[in-house]
Design a protein around this ligand. Structure first.
Ligand code: PAF
Length: 285
């Protein structure tokens, strides 16, 4: 596997692959990889001739007081996992390589101006999706992939990136990949590493509430308010959990959904101790 630290190295290699007519896939990550990321690489390998993963903790998507410095990093372990799963190149840039102004920032941003980035995670992280869209745009311009792979766990991010790609005519196919869970149901996340043993057990309330919501819909419940209320009640009964949001929205534009009609995303962010965890499910009716 090629380890590229500069934009120039990536461009050169991708140019060669494209000259051979190869289909290039991109798996953007912030590193500290787990089986969820591995599933994205597997999917990319199955659909592309060459796969590039980026491994970059992007400062512009962290707000003041968030966990930018504490975010876990282990590049050697990441390389091992990527190589084992058939990744051809990892792009591992420095902050200055990505943001050459030297302050982990820049003057040009990519931002969606409708309400999609304002609700759900955007309520407590108002500049987060601007940072995500900006770095993903940069990665798209650097790698110029044919396809790019994102996890469904970050459902709002996935919807926003799809919209950005459409609005900016990127011509890149965006593939959403299912949530990967631990055996006991907890959605895999790099941030799970922050949890103490007690919090790790408490965190299971997220996937339990997902199963409750799914079951209610399977039993015929059509009202999103009733499903969300039951999920909230379950989460609130866990003393270590504090809800940021549990909401049902239209899966394409993130607008509030009253009934399970069309494609509805039921998404949550819940603090367990100090760790903010995400989970969700989608109902296609
Ligand atoms: O989902 C993530 O890990 C990040 O938001 C992404 C897409 C790699 C951008 O930094």
């Amino acid at each position: 596997m090629i380890v590229a630290k500069t934009i120039a190295e990536v461009r050169q290699q991708v140019r060669e692959w494209k000259a051979e007519g190869l289909v290039v896939g991109l798996v953007p990550t912030m590193g500290y990889l787990h089986e969820g990321h591995a599933s994205l690489v597997d999917k990319a390998v199955s659909m592309c001739d060459r796969v590039v993963a980026s491994d970059f903790v992007n400062p512009t998507q962290f707000g003041p007081g968030e966990d930018l410095e504490a975010y876990p990093r282990d590049f050697e372990r990441d390389c091992k996992l990527l190589e084992e799963h058939g990744c051809n190149m990892v792009f591992y840039p420095s902050v200055d390589e990505m943001y050459p102004d030297g302050n982990g920032s820049q003057d040009t941003y990519v931002e969606i101006l409708n309400d999609m980035p304002k609700g759900l995670c955007g309520k407590t992280r108002p500049t987060h999706f601007r940072g995500v869209c900006t770095v993903v745009s940069k990665l798209f311009n650097i790698v110029t992939p044919d396809k790019a792979f994102f996890g469904q766990k970050d459902a709002q991010q996935l919807a926003i990136i799809k919209r950005m790609v459409r609005d900016m005519s990127y011509g890149i196919e965006i593939i959403g990949c299912p949530i990967v869970r631990e055996d006991d149901g907890l959605a895999k996340s790099s941030r799970n590493t922050y949890l103490s043993a007690e919090e790790r057990t408490a965190a299971l309330v997220l996937s339990r509430s997902v199963r409750l919501g799914q079951q209610m819909v399977a039993d015929g419940e059509k009202s999103t308010a009733k499903v969300v209320a039951a999920m909230v009640e379950m989460i609130e009964a866990e003393p270590l959990a504090k809800i940021d949001y549990v909401q049902a929205v239209n899966n394409f534009d993130m607008s509030p959904a009253e009934n399970f009609e069309g494609s509805v995303l039921v998404a949550m962010a819940v603090y367990v101790g100090k760790t903010r965890l995400l989970d969700n499910f989608i109902i296609e009716a």
